[in-house]
Each structure stands twice: as C-alpha cells, then as structure tokens.
Design a protein around this ligand. Structure first.
Ligand code: BDP
Length: 326
C-alpha cells in the first residue's frame, strides 16, 4: 500500500514536471495505465498503439505503459486521468459508470445476448454514440475506443448452479452500485472492491467468490483460491480506453486524428488477441483443476429483471435499439 502511494506520488510529480516543459519541447511521453499484467491483450494493444504513434510522429509522441495496477485502482486511475496526471487509461466501462452514467446502459446484466451481439453494438452507431457521450460529458476524458472483455461469470469455493446456491455468499463486484444490486438480485451479497484487492480478499475469506472472465481469473491468480467457475455470463461489459482531455487539447488536429485512427486499430487488434487468450486461459484453468459448471442462465436472467427495470428505465429507447441489433 505504502509503495503504491509512493509510486502514485512519483507519477504525479513526473506529470507536473512534464507539464512545466515549454510547449516547444520536442517529445511528449504518454503514461498509460492498466490493472492487467504485461502480455495481457489490452496491455499489448495499447503498447502497439504507442509504437505506431511514435513512428508516425517521428518520435515526438511516445507511450509508456504501466501495467499491473502500479498506478492505482481503476477508480484512482480514472481520477488521475481526469486531472491529466495519467494520459491514457484502459479501464472497464463498469468503473466508468459512476463518473459517466450514460455508459451504464452497457453495464446492465444480460443487456447483450452474447459476445457477438456486444461486438456488433460497439462497432456500430450505438457504440459511437456512447463514445461521444463520454467525450462530451463533464468528465474531462476523451473516449478513444473499446476493447473486449468477454463475459463475466461467477467463481466460488462452493458450487453454484442456481440463484439459491448464492445465498449468504459474499461476492466481489466492481465499484458501481449497479453491480452490487445485480449480485444481490442474483441471490448473493454483492461487495464492491478494486480488482487488485480481490486476490487477498479471497485468500483470507473476506469474500467467498467473485466474477470475471477466464483470462482475468487466471492472470490475477484468483483461480488458486476457488474451485468452481459457473458460466452465468451475466455481464458482458466492454472495456474502454480514454485519454485525458488535458492531454488531448495539447495535441494538434493531425495528432488527434492519428490517435483516433490507431485507437480504432487497437480496438480490432485486441479482439484477435482476446479470442486467443480466452481459449488459452480456459484451458489453463481446467488444467489447474477449476471445475466449469455449465448451468441454465435463465433463472439468473429472471432474477435480475428488477435491476434492468431500475437502471434501464432511463435507457428504454437505447435498450430497444440494442436488442434490435441482429
Ligand atoms: C477485468 C477488466 C478490468 C477490471 C476487472 C475487475 O478487464 O478492467 O478492473 O475486470 O473486475 O475483466 O475489476
């Protein structure tokens, strides 16, 4: 904890020192943050975006990736990006919900039929509209693109096959009241917590389980503390990467256009890496003895209807348009 605080301070200082360099200075180094470790698809795609930017601007714009959550939790990273201390943040849309409520339409349980449906929506006009809403919101963030995060399913120490099996189980959710309500509706007790704290909380028994996709379950080591992975697929939440508005406003029109172009390419590149990664980590989880439970998702869908009613009322038209994307 102490170390992390020092790192955050060091980063902030670096950012302010950087800001003090005269505008005529030749190079800009964009600091990018991700909670995932080096090698994770999202991290690789942003690093490659940085390499393309560096080449296209002949070294004027560089990118330095800080993976593994060293710059703080996603909530902290969002805050630092808003003030310009971090320049690019790759985060879950889940965590952006409390900052830009419009994105919550994608954060609702079972809002997408499956991952293919989610991809069609984010690649099309609705996806573009949500990016514009983020950029035009008072959050001081410029939305660059989406990434894939597959489907989130439950992992626990005791087997879960139906909502009743979650009774009394404390299940970690991302920091957004919508998700705590979702878990409570699914039958468990939702506890919100930052990603990097989940492993310790599972180890010490502070929580009984959590929910995520196979690559995250494996690469965070959380799989060593649980036995079952129940394929509820209750949340299909895209990832997002954003740039600090402070940084964006300092770029020339041409540079902004390059960032946009390479961002779209990063969105597509990550997708290919993502599909391979899901296959690879699903195998690894099975090899490590995690039992996959392929359960009927309908009772979980039905149980979460009140959550869609409560949070979805304000998005009724948009939800209809999402459902109509075939
Ligand atoms: C992962 C997302 C990451 C979130 C994490 C979480 O890629 O952005 O921080 O879930 O559960 O799937 O917090």
């Amino acid at each position: 904890m102490q170390n992390r605080r020092h790192l955050i301070q060091a980063t902030l200082c670096a950012a302010f020192a950087c800001a003090a360099i005269p505008a005529a200075a030749q190079t800009v180094t964009l600091k990018a943050a991700d909670v995932h470790p080096a090698g994770y698809p999202n991290v690789v795609a942003i690093e490659n975006l940085g390499k393309k930017l560096e080449t296209a601007t002949k070294g004027k714009i560089k990118l330095q990736m800080f993976p593994g959550g060293v710059l703080g939790s996603e909530k902290e990273v969002v805050e630092q990006t808003q003030v310009g201390a971090i320049q690019i943040a790759r985060i879950s849309l889940g965590v952006l919900g409390p900052v830009v409520p419009d994105v919550n339409v994608f954060n609702m349980p079972f809002v997408f039929r499956d991952e293919a449906h989610m991809r069609k929506v984010i690649d099309g006009p609705i996806g573009e509209e949500i990016l514009t809403k983020i950029t035009n919101s008072p959050a001081r963030l410029v939305a660059l693109g989406y990434m894939d995060s597959g489907s989130r399913s439950l992992y626990t120490k005791k087997p879960v096959r139906k909502p009743e099996d979650l009774k009394g189980q404390k299940i970690r959710m991302m920091g957004n009241p919508l998700f705590v309500d979702t878990m409570n509706a699914m039958g468990g007790n939702g506890i919100s917590m930052g990603h990097t704290e989940v492993f310790g909380a599972l180890q010490t028994g502070v929580i009984d389980g959590a929910e995520n996709n196979p690559p995250t379950l494996y690469t965070s080591n959380q799989y060593t503390t649980v036995k079952y992975y129940t394929q509820t697929n209750h949340l299909i939440i895209p990832e997002i990467f954003v740039m600090s508005k402070v940084t964006w406003d300092k770029l020339s029109k041409d540079e902004q256009a390059l960032v946009k172009k390479f961002s779209r390419e990063a969105q597509m590149e990550q997708r290919g890496l993502w599909d391979k990664s899901v296959a690879e980590y699903t195998q690894k989880l099975k090899a490590a003895g995690i039992e996959f439970i392929n359960t009927d998702t309908k009772p979980f869908y039905d149980a979460t209807a009140p959550v869609r009613a409560k949070y979805g009322a304000q998005f009724a038209d948009l939800m209809k348009r999402i459902a109509d994307v075939k």
